[in-house]
Write a protein that binds this ligand. Structure first.
Ligand code: KG4
Ligand code: ZN
Length: 350
């Protein structure tokens, strides 16, 4: 079983081939971060243009890694199915991946699994990349259901209940900015560059979190929703008021209160739903302080899973992994039935 997976929802062009397990046979990603850095964020039109430049060479390279010394047509015959992110994401970016998958599906007469990007992030928890654990066999985690997954990325902050493979219910989500977006916007107003998360984490490691006293977002709110735009505004006012702002200390305080808000809401979800496992997913989960705090707070209560770091940010391996679990239950769709869908509520379907 080999699934060729494509991810182009934002500013990473990524192609992977996944086999049973799911195991990664190859995964290559071209990031556009250097291109968008000067704008302080992703410019949609530039992102889609660059996907069109990157996708075919990446496809060729990935297929050659899995099927060395074979031409593209022959290697395509050895693929059992395709998988592609159909949404949510930037429309122009999604269209590049989706139309590539449709063309391959039409030419090679292969079925396609349309995958929700957020579902992909969740499934990064089920895979280990090649070479990540030297000299060891793949250890697919035996994640018990029901599970709760906190997805924290540049576009989303969502708590999801997973009752079985492919069965989701969104419990809460951000009412305004996503957590990663808050990292990016605060980094932009502090002139720290893009993407903001890694820059803020570096600065925070050298700062004192107690110098400033930013508010913990939604501290007194008992719902499972999040809100980060107020925190961003609080940082803006603090910077305007304070001519000699200590950037490292501010980053440390900002990072702490943002993580505190994620911990609080996750705590409420665990008390309410009593799941058997807690999963974390999305680019913000790369943050080491966040990983440590979640582990320390919850690991006595239940198993806590994180994707390996290279699989937290956008990649096609996670899309292939989600498709792999769908493939155990149903076949994919015909190329002419595949279309983009910008709606994250579709995670509730299945
Ligand atoms: O999942 P992802 O690659 O893309 C989306 O689907 O949005 O997440 C990207 C986000 C960016 O906002 C970036 O600033 C954030 O993840 N991020 C981090 C860290 N590394 C990436 N946030 C906090 N700490 C990090 N170390
Ligand atoms: Zn993502």
């Amino acid at each position: 079983m080999k699934i060729l997976a494509i991810e182009t929802s934002c500013d990473e062009t990524s192609i992977a081939v996944i086999s049973e397990g799911p195991q990664i046979l190859a995964c290559n990603t071209v990031s556009q971060i250097p291109i968008h850095r000067k704008f302080g964020g992703v410019v949609p039109e530039i992102a889609s243009r660059n996907h069109t430049l990157a996708i075919l060479p990446l496809l060729k390279k990935t297929m050659q890694e899995v099927f060395p010394n074979q031409n593209f047509q022959n290697s395509l015959k050895k693929i059992n199915a395709l998988a592609v992110t159909t949404g949510p994401g930037l429309v122009g970016s999604l269209l590049v991946g989706v139309n590539t998958a449709k063309t391959l599906g039409f030419l090679a007469k292969k079925k396609i699994y349309p995958i929700n990007h957020l579902e992909g992030h969740i499934y990064a928890n089920w895979i280990q990349p090649v070479g990540e654990i030297p000299n060891s066999k793949f250890q697919i985690p035996n994640i018990q259901f029901p599970a709760i997954c906190l997805i924290v990325s540049g576009g989303h902050t969502i708590l999801v209940k997973i009752t079985d493979h492919g069965k989701y219910k969104i419990l809460g989500q951000t009412l305004d900015d996503a957590a990663g977006e808050a990292f990016d916007k605060v980094a932009k107003l502090l002139n720290l560059g893009y993407p903001g998360g890694p820059e803020i984490e570096k600065r925070a490691a050298k700062g004192n979190p107690k110098t400033y006293n930013l508010p913990v977002p939604m501290k007194k709110d008992s719902s499972l929703n999040f809100s980060f735009s107020g925190l961003k505004t609080a940082v803006l006012y603090l910077v305007r008021k304070n001519k000699k702002i200590k950037i490292n200390d501010l980053c440390a305080n900002f990072q702490n209160v943002l993580i505190e808000s994620l911990l609080l809401k996750t705590s409420i979800a665990l008390k309410t739903y009593r799941p058997k496992s807690l999963l974390l997913a999305g680019g913000v989960i790369n943050n080491q302080v966040l990983r440590k705090k979640f582990e320390t707070k919850f690991k006595k209560e239940l198993p806590v899973y994180f994707p390996s770091q290279s699989l937290c940010t956008d990649n096609a391996a996670m899309i292939g992994a989600a498709a792999y679990f769908h493939s155990l239950k149903k076949s994919g769709e015909n190329w002419y039935d595949i279309n983009i869908s910008a709606d994250s509520r579709e995670l509730n379907a299945d």
